[in-house]
Design a protein around this ligand. Structure first.
Ligand code: NAD
Length: 371
């Protein structure tokens, strides 16, 4: 069984799909590893660290005889076209952004596992790359915010008197938001959290935060939020104004599957924020939660600074790669038996994550893209 690991080509991408400490686990699965030269360098791993792996310079050659190709972002159509027919690809794919890949994936009969579609169920937690990467992004957001604030986060008693703790408000309490709350709490801030899913109240409190209750229940399907009506949106916005304007640091992470990010903070609300206050908009990738967010850039609105970093997990490439590689290993544990590929299409996790297989697009949302 041959496994190939590609070097990422995206401009913001430093992660790699396999890390040296896990190479032994691949050997145990009965696999040999071919690494595209320099694949791990941006994440801090030299080729020589991958003991036992061969290195191949050309991406088209490294995939040519591989049974399984591992990557972080979807490879190009040319790389897919060079893959062995019937091979497995495991990476984030996001066909909505890369519809051009569906044809080569089908044409080569590639079994493509789109990591962004791993079912959010307990049994699939070990494969859940969205969660592993969101955890790191959530951790990073308060740190990024802290270094941009003109004040410190914890209460501090000094010889000349005390400094008050900063107030941090996190809006959107999914995986990233809860981790952001926990990190800000550990750094000594006074924390508040808000989400449209009522079950997040208890989760926020469990990491030391107060919950801002707006009285709007925005529970959607499958544990996700739904889009709010205009009236609900106006009501929540009103209830949140005071909390936004009392905060020194606001971290926003709100997303609704398949939509652009909901607008949580208006320009008027930002203009009412305290001097030196900072917003870290972790939803920048899907358009941002604030009026005034420019994805990938730092902007100033009134007296506040809005940071809208893209691909945050990649800024923590070493650990992000390690967790992502562990997610992939858990997938391999499901689809490799006795040293050979064995895909059980009756398995809920395999079926839910497979985007293309045997020449067909299996996920309805992706199928609609080519109809
Ligand atoms: P996400 O990235 O889709 O969204 C982030 C948060 O934004 C969510 O908590 C959502 O409720 C919130 N949100 C959406 N619209 C909002 C609005 N208008 N105002 C305020 N908040 C808003 O979320 P995620 O981190 O991917 O997690 C989504 C769900 O999946 C959560 O319930 C999470 O607990 C669950 N989950 C389950 C598993 C599992 O069981 N294996 C794993 C991971 C996540």
């Amino acid at each position: 069984l041959k496994i190939a690991v590609l070097k990422e080509v995206g401009s913001n991408e430093r992660r790699v799909a396999m890390v040296p400490v896990l190479v032994k686990r691949l050997t145990k699965l009965g696999a040999s590893l071919a690494l595209q030269t320099g694949a791990g360098v941006a994440a801090g791993f030299a080729d020589a660290d991958y003991v036992g792996a061969t290195t191949v310079d050309d991406p088209l050659r490294v995939v040519a005889d591989a049974d399984i190709v591992l990557a972080v972002q979807a490879p190009s159509a040319a790389v897919i076209a060079a893959m062995k027919p019937g091979a497995v690809l495991a990476s984030f794919v996001y066909p909505q952004k890369h519809a051009d890949l569906l044809e080569p994936l089908c044409e080569r009969h590639i079994s493509a596992f789109a990591l962004e579609t791993v079912p959010r169920i307990s049994r699939a937690q070990a494969l859940d790359a969205l969660s592993s990467q969101a955890t790191l992004a959530g951790y990073y957001a308060p740190l990024l915010g802290a270094v941009h604030l003109p004040r410190i986060l914890p209460m501090m008693t000094t010889a000349v008197g005390s400094l008050r703790a900063a107030r941090v408000l996190v809006m959107g309490l999914g995986v990233a938001g809860l981790q952001a709350l926990a990190t800000a709490h550990r750094l000594g801030a006074i924390t508040e959290g808000y989400d449209v899913r009522p079950e997040t109240k208890e989760q926020a409190q469990s990491v030391g935060a107060k919950f801002v209750d707006t009285g709007v229940d925005g529970r959607g399907e499958g544990g996700y939020a739904r889009e709010l009506t205009a009236e609900e949106q106006a009501r929540t916005q009103d209830a949140l104004t005071l909390h936004i304007q009392q905060a020194d640091l606001v971290i926003t992470t709100a997303n609704v599957p398949g939509r652009t990010a909901p607008r949580l903070i208006s320009r008027v609300q930002i203009e009412g924020m305290k001097p030196g206050s900072v917003i870290v908009d972790l939803a920048a990738e899907s358009g941002g939660n604030c009026e005034g967010t420019v994805p990938g850039e730092t902007t100033t609105v009134g007296r506040a600074t809005i940071l809208a970093p893209l691909n945050v997990p990649s800024l923590l490439a070493q650990h992000a790669s390690e967790l992502y590689a562990k997610n992939l290993l858990s997938l391999l544990d499901l689809i490799v038996k006795d040293g050979a590929l064995s895909l059980d299409l009756g398995d809920e996790v395999v079926a839910g994550t497979l985007l293309t297989h045997a020449g067909e697009i299996r996920q309805p949302a992706a199928r609609r893209l080519v109809e």
